[in-house]
Design a protein around this ligand. Structure first.
Ligand code: EPZ
Length: 422
């Protein structure tokens, strides 16, 4: 257990480098199960979700090596296990990606249902819809999902998702890679980590086209070969640091990012009156007078990411005027509001998906508790903005998705300390 202690009000200044993308890494690492060979994955973020996932894979017989920081070598040649350790699986949400990888490699899977962030219900009916279409027999209970081939066997299929689900797109794409025939995923998610996963699979010899559009075509191949692959920089960490720079009216260069992944947030910051300039692989955020209130509506990529809704809400707490934030992806992704109100924010819940934020002149430090990963990001941003000291508890949620965030912020001049509690 640990807590962050932030003495707010200091502008962030300097350059910070982004880590590898959590949501790409947690999709790519299980996909290494598909190949009876060695994969070298670089720029892997050192976060607890990745560490848990690697523990799960090792427990299944994947041989792991860590030749240098942020590099993992995985050899799945000896793997025969199709039932990952349920106690570990329950610790992180993306463990459901093991279903697609095991179905694709072995035709069987028995995976406990995951835990992860507790905002909103996190159904997997679209994943199941995909597995059924691919010819799997699905035994789904409250505790696990078990997959095996039906009599007709596993095969490619055309699947139209009811909504552009990131998780379902990942699971179906991975499961289909080694299946005979063609699989077409319609209404597919287009997030950068979907493209990164497709690039990783294609670097192993898969035949996947259309990732990044809403129609992905997978032509099944007989087998794959090992590869070396570098994970893209984390779009959400980039956005969180952009927001923190604006929130503290600092001057920060975020290095090693992909500006085109950030367009929805960049546009909103520019609309607020924040100065944002882009280079090939860096973004600079500087203040420029009054920060105006704006309206934000979360959408699937390339719209405003739901994962940035919470830190953006903190920034809007001190904007000039009244902002609205509409969360269209996850219902009730507002568990951070009470904590922000404790710091002096004026936020009204209009209905289950929309809030009204009346900008205030000051936020005040207070003891606050993290309820989910991106709520943690919101509370860090608010603590950096607030007058006085903010103590942030339950920081383990933050460790799931941000690598050494307190060190990165301290290197930018933030007065933030991490204190062990027990
Ligand atoms: C992924 O979650 C991310 N997690 C989330 O990031 C992110 O918020 C989300 O995509 C949206 O971008 C990982 O990549 C590990 P979805 P996922 O399937 O796959 C509904 C973070 O902070 N839905 O795109 O669970 C679902 O309830 C995390 O890094 C179904 O109804 O998101 C939601 O309303 C939080 N049935 C919407 O679709 C399904 O079978 C989008 O969910 C699947 C999803």
């Amino acid at each position: 257990m640990a807590r962050y202690e932030i003495n707010g009000g200091k502008p962030l200044e300097g350059t910070v480098t982004i880590s590898g993308a959590k949501n790409a890494a947690v999709a790519i690492l299980p996909a290494a199960l598909l190949v009876s060979g060695k994969c070298r994955v670089e720029n892997v973020p050192d976060i607890s979700d990745v560490r848990i996932l690697l523990d799960i894979l090792e427990g299944m017989g994947v041989k792991l090596a860590y030749p240098e920081p942020h590099v993992v070598e995985l050899d799945s040649s000896e793997v025969q296990c199709t039932t990952p350790d349920p106690e570990l699986v329950k610790k992180m949400r993306a463990s459901y990606y093991l279903m697609g990888a095991l179905l694709g490699r072995f035709g069987h899977a028995h995976v406990a249902l995951p835990g992860g962030c507790n905002f909103a219900s996190r159904p997997i009916d679209q994943h199941i819809k995909g597995f059924l279409a691919l010819g799997a027999d699905v035994d789904e209970t409250e505790d696990y999902v078990a997959l095996k081939p039906t009599e007709e066997g596993l095969h490619g299929a055309r699947i139209t998702l009811d909504m552009a689900s990131v998780g379902a797109t990942v699971n179906i794409m991975v499961a289909a890679t080694l299946l005979p025939g063609q699989t077409v995923i319609e209404n597919a998610a287009k997030e950068p980590h979907i493209v990164d996963l497709a690039n990783f699979l294609n670097s192993m010899g898969a035949k996947i086209r259309g990732a990044g559009t809403d129609v992905i075509r997978v032509r099944g191949v007989q087998n794959l070969h090992g590869t070396t692959y570098t994970v893209i920089p984390d779009q959400i960490e980039t956005g969180t640091l952009m927001i923190a720079a604006a929130a503290t009216r600092g001057d920060v260069v975020i290095h090693g990012c992909i500006p085109t992944h950030m367009e929805a947030l960049t546009a909103k910051l520019l609309e607020m009156g924040v100065r944002v300039t882009e280079n090939d692989d860096s973004i600079r955020v500087r203040p420029q007078g009054v920060q105006r209130a704006v309206n934000v509506k979360t959408q699937v990529y390339p719209g405003f990411p739901t994962d940035l809704q919470q830190p953006m809400t903190s920034l809007l707490c001190m904007a000039n005027g009244v902002s609205t934030v509409s969360e269209t992806i996850f219902e009730r992704r507002f568990m951070h509001l009470d904590e922000l109100r404790r710091m002096g924010a004026h936020i009204k819940l209009m209905d289950h998906s929309t809030i009204l934020i009346e900008g205030v002149r000051e936020l005040y430090g207070a003891p606050v508790t993290v309820t989910d990963l991106r709520a943690g990001a919101a509370l860090i941003v608010a603590g950096l903005m607030a007058k006085g000291v903010t103590e942030i508890y339950e920081t383990s949620y933050i460790d799931r998705g941000y690598e050494r965030i307190e060190e990165k912020l301290r290197s930018l001049g933030a007065d933030i300390r991490r204190e062990k509690l027990s």
